[in-house]
Design a binder for this molecule. Structure first.
Ligand SMILES: O=C(O)COP(=O)(O)O
Length: 231
C-alpha cells in the first residue's frame, strides 16, 4: 500500500498508541477488584477491556451480577483518584514515539491528541510524558467527547485549521478506526498497542504499521511527496 496524500495534521490516540498504560490500568484495577472481593484479571484481559473509556473497562472487569450503576460509579470515582495519584508510574512511552513526535513537530505537521481517557487525566499525561511536544489540541473523554463519536475529530480539525481530507487518525483499537470512519477521515492502525493485527485488518483502516519508525518514514517521506510502501 502507498501513502500518496500530503497530510497536514495527525490525530493520535493516547493509550496503546503513544503510551503503554497497561501496567497502570492493571495495577489500579486489580487493587480495586481485591478491595471489593471481586476476582482479579490478567494483563491480557485488561488489554482487551481498554479502549472504550474507563466506565466500560470497570463494567467489563466486575462480575455480571454486580454490574449496577452504584457499584460502577463508586469504582469509577476510586479509579480516578488512584489514577490521578499515580499517573506518572507504571506507564511508558513506546520506543521511537518521542523521536517520531519531535520530527513531525519539526516538519510543521499539526498534532492533535484524542483519547477516551478522562479529559483532565489525558491533559496530565500529555504534560508529563510529552513535555517537549506541542499538541495543538488535546481532547479526552467528557460529556461532550467520546470516541467513536466523531465530534472530537471535527473539533480538532476546526481548531487546527486542517480540513478533514488532510487529516489522519493514528490509533491501536477498533474504536479509533471507527472514529476516523465516522468523521470521514483516513486512519492508520498500529500493531504495537492493545489489539492484534488480525483484528485490526478486519476494520479496513487505510494503513497498518508495525513500528513508530515506519510511521516516521511514511510521514516525513510522504510530505516530501515521495511514495512509500506500507502494509
Ligand atoms: O481509556 C481508554 O479506554 C483508552 O484511551 P485511548 O482512547 O487513549 O486509547
Amino acid at each position: 500500500m502507498l501513502i500518496k496524500k500530503k497530510y497536514e495534521g495527525i490525530i493520535f490516540d493516547l493509550d496503546g498508541t503513544l503510551l503503554n498504560t497497561l501496567g497502570i490500568y492493571t495495577h489500579i484495577m486489580n487493587e480495586l477488584m481485591k478491595k471489593n472481593n471481586f476476582p482479579t484479571h490478567t494483563i491480557n484481559s485488561y488489554r482487551e477491556f481498554i479502549g472504550n473509556g474507563t466506565k466500560n473497562l470497570i463494567t467489563q472487569s466486575i462480575p455480571v451480577k454486580h454490574r449496577n450503576e452504584k457499584v460502577i460509579e463508586n469504582l469509577l470515582s476510586e479509579f480516578c483518584l488512584m489514577y490521578e495519584n499515580m499517573y506518572t508510574q507504571y506507564s511508558e512511552i513506546y520506543t521511537g514515539i518521542l523521536d517520531l513526535l519531535e520530527e513531525l513537530q519539526s516538519a510543521k505537521i499539526q498534532l492533535g491528541l484524542l483519547s477516551n481517557k478522562f479529559h483532565d487525566l489525558t491533559h496530565k499525561c500529555a504534560k508529563h510524558f510529552f513535555s517537549n511536544i506541542k499538541f495543538n489540541h488535546i481532547i479526552g473523554q467528557s460529556d461532550m467527547h467520546k470516541k467513536p463519536d466523531p465530534k472530537g475529530v471535527l473539533d480538532i480539525s476546526h481548531s487546527l485549521k486542517v480540513p478533514l481530507d488532510r487529516l489522519i487518525l493514528v490509533g491501536d483499537t477498533e474504536v479509533d478506526i471507527i472514529t476516523a470512519k465516522n468523521a470521514g477521515i483516513d486512519s492508520i492502525a498500529v500493531t504495537w498497542g492493545f489489539r492484534n493485527e488480525e483484528d485490526l485488518i478486519t476494520l479496513s483502516p487505510n494503513y497498518i504499521i508495525n513500528t513508530p519508525s515506519d510511521l516516521k518514514t511514511a510521514f516525513l517521506t510522504n510530505n516530501a511527496n515521495q511514495e512509500l510502501n506500507l502494509k
